[in-house]
Design a protein. Structure first.
Length: 71
């Protein structure tokens, strides 16, 4: 996790900048998250758009209160 800042339009959301690693050529991703305990410097699990959750839901890019989330 490179950076965490408060969401501009939601008290309980955070806007995170996440380094996806050298194998992902897209660079850092912006991910909106509701976890109150995230912090810069943490190693976190990330499910990118296209991932399929255990209940069968396929993740996609989403806009959460005006901020695009990529995971």
């Amino acid at each position: 996790m490179l950076d965490v800042r408060p969401h501009p339009d939601a008290d309980r959301l955070r806007v995170c900048t996440v380094d996806l690693g050298a194998s992902d050529g897209d660079g850092p991703a912006t991910i909106v998250c509701g976890a109150p305990n995230v912090a810069a410097g943490q190693t976190v699990a990330v499910a990118k758009p296209g991932a399929v959750m255990p209940d069968g839901t396929k993740l996609k890019r989403a806009k959460l209160r005006g901020v695009v989330s990529e995971g």
